[in-house]
Design a protein around this ligand. Sequence first.
Ligand code: PGA
Length: 256
Amino acid sequence: MNKALRKAVIAGNWKMNKTRPEAKELVEAIKPLVAGAGCEVVACVPFTNLETVLEAVKGSNVKVGAENCHFEKSGAFTGEISADMLAEMGVEYVIIGHSERRQYFGETDETVNKRTRAALAAGLKVILCVGEMLADRENGITDELVAMQTKIALKGVTAEELKNVIIAYEPVWAIGTGKTATAEQANEVCAVIRATLAKLYGKEAADATTIQYGGSMNAKNAAELVAQPDVDGGLIGGASLKAPDFAAIVEAATKG
Ligand code: PGA
């Protein structure tokens, strides 16, 4: 089965939450609960928590990610953080193109592409977010929109670089709303993304790419979602802030 070709990845997206002491407490609580995980476990944390969390995860199986990075290497971009700055710290992952950045911070498919390329060039692994708004779904354009977002985001990304890309399908109407896509809806769109990758890079590369679902995934619904043939784990917001809930999702992904 193709699913065996790729590792499930459960990534927490802490968003704008946790001071440094709180971050340390949370990651210390997560570590022992996920020590036996059969999937990759990542905590994507605010910039100010990176050093604290990197230190805390030493010797554990928890990987660390940032939530965004800028596309230029350096320069007059007040308030921004470059991919090289993250890589130098030992950060392994970065979320790019999250819908909150697209909605509130003017992120476009073009800037998502530039950030993706910059992150890959710096040696980071990218969790690339795509997903439709409720109106898109109601207008019946989900598949086309998500395929377009994927295609533009990956413009200029080589097949070799694609090995460091995870795609997170996150329907915007499901994020932080408690409304999860059904397992069938999630699988259907993840399959559309995989078909898009197959067109761009060939079937083998598409089959090897991890495609996550994100949007109100929690300890209760995770098992059904990650059991879908095209869903390889999840990007978890709210539930990643509670160690037992996050660990339960990791366990569900371990069982697959
Ligand atoms: P949620 O967020 O799990 O709180 O819906 C997911 C995300 O935004 O990545």
